[in-house]
Design a protein around this ligand. Structure first.
Ligand code: NIG
Ligand code: FE
Length: 437
């Protein structure tokens, strides 16, 4: 495989290792973490941002070493690269905790069919949808898939995303799922972003198992999963728990298999119906419950109960995917209701060719405010600190705090933090810093 241009490009990033200070910022947004019991921000605490006016921030050896008001800014510039932040804001960078970024062709033809009135389900039932991407995946060249993934990650970085979870799920055979996960593995060493790989073998039923979901789940749990773990190819497992896809009982089986290898579970639940996926994910201690567009009152209560125990076990953070709601024209996750019940909420892009072909988290921030009625600050918490919790990275990223990885967004000159979601569809990010570079 010849990936020299990418290798060289990213090597240059890694070699630029210096201390950096951004001065004269119009504002710097940092979260006040005063609830030591939780590693996530729930309810009102999602609004707990302080915006320090006329601020500076220092980054050293990849982490945040100091920040505060310009009145306390050190005057020693020796060894520092100084950046003038006049008129600009600094804030923690975005973390995308749910994507399907490995694919070859887009599915814009299906989009045109939907615009003519065909539903996502109709298209999937007639061989389109996930199976369409799966057909293409089988014949896709591994190095081309990698190149496409690197381009998508570069675009995400320009849009402020500094850490990304990426799922397989268009392979649906051991061979092709392995290919997708190898592509993610290779990308981990080539891009500046932190990446996590998730095995989503239980995404759709392949043609070869037609009519036999149980046998396919057995294959996923007993054959694919152990092989992929043996080869060090995954950080999480995931399942699409939905009518016509996989059942809560299948989720139980996958969780049991993953537990043997201590691999945490994530789950696609309640995207098109309320059919027990959420409850299965909760009882199996999933790290996140993603989608939640179709929630009954009982589903909301069960989710609230999952957060009642005071113990320090990992809680199933709800992850809303507003880009998917926009694109498929389905309900938005009731983020306002979830936060008002004193729960945390994370937001991710779900970027994939079929239900959310955009990795733009600034746009998701706008949708969170305009459509889910979050405040701009709650939206930022959902894209940073709470998104970090969804991938278990809350101790190292997701806030501006001394000792955390220096992953920041430096905006263009704007009036305030709220301008970011207010000006929907614009990119007001001037620079993205990853580990201080
Ligand atoms: O999260 N719901 C399952 N998976 C994706 C869609 C995948 C596709 O259509 O290609 C999602 O929306
Ligand atoms: Fe998804």
């Amino acid at each position: 495989m010849n990936c020299l241009p990418c290798d060289q490009k990213y090597a240059i990033h890694y070699l630029r290792w210096m201390q950096t200070r951004i001065e004269n910022l119009k504002g710097l947004a940092t979260l006040r973490l005063n609830d030591s019991e939780n590693d996530f921000l729930a309810g009102e605490s999602m609004d707990n941002w302080t915006v320090i006016e006329n601020a500076f921030i220092e980054m050293n050896s990849g982490t945040i070493s100091d920040f505060g008001s310009m009145t306390k800014c050190p005057s020693n510039n020796a060894g520092f690269k100084i950046i003038d932040g006049t008129g600009r804001f600094a804030m923690p960078a975005f973390i995308d905790s749910h994507t399907h970024l490995v694919y070859s062709n887009d599915r814009s033809e299906e989009f045109q069919m939907r615009m003519k009135g065909h539903s996502y389900k109709e298209i999937a039932d007639s061989g389109g949808g996930i199976l369409n991407s799966s057909k293409l995946m089988k014949t896709s060249d591994e190095s081309e898939l990698l190149e496409l993934l690197l381009q998508r990650l570069e675009k995400a970085r320009e849009n402020g995303t500094t850490a990304v979870e990426i799922k397989s799920g268009y392979g649906l055979t051991l061979e092709t799922e392995s290919k997708m996960l190898r592509v993610i593995q290779k990308a981990k060493s080539l891009v500046p972003q932190k990446l996590w790989s998730t095995f989503l073998g239980a995404h759709a039923l392949p043609e070869s198992f037609k009519g036999n979901h149980d046998a396919y789940v057995k294959e996923v749990c007993q054959k694919m999963l152990p092989f992929l773990v043996d080869n060090g190819l995954l950080d999480f497992v995931d399942i699409f728990c939905e009518k016509n896809y996989f059942t809560p009982a299948h989720l139980d089986q996958l969780s049991e298999a993953a537990n043997k290898f201590s691999i945490p579970l994530k789950a696609h639940v309640n995207q098109f119906s309320s059919s027990g996926g959420l409850q299965a994910a909760i009882r199996n201690e999933a790290w996140s419950v993603d989608h939640l567009e179709f929630m009954t009152d009982k589903d909301h209560l069960d989710l609230q109960n999952a957060f009642k125990s005071k113990s320090s076990i990992k809680k199933p953070i709800p992850v809303a995917l507003p880009g998917c709601s926009l694109f498929l024209d389905i309900p938005y996750t009731e983020g306002r209701k979830i936060i008002d019940a004193n729960l945390p909420l994370a937001i991710a892009s779900d970027c994939n060719p079929g239900s959310a072909p955009s990795s733009n988290l600034s746009l998701c921030w706008s949708l969170a405010c305009h459509k889910m009625k979050l405040t701009p600050k709650e939206g930022l918490a959902a894209l940073t600190s709470n998104a970090a919790y969804a991938v278990g990275a809350e101790k190292i990223m997701g806030n501006i705090s001394v000792g955390m990885q220096a992953n920041l967004i430096l905006t263009k000159p704007i009036s305030g933090i709220a301008f970011m979601p207010y000006a929907f569809g614009e990119n007001n990010i001037e620079r993205t810093f990853i580990a201080g570079r």
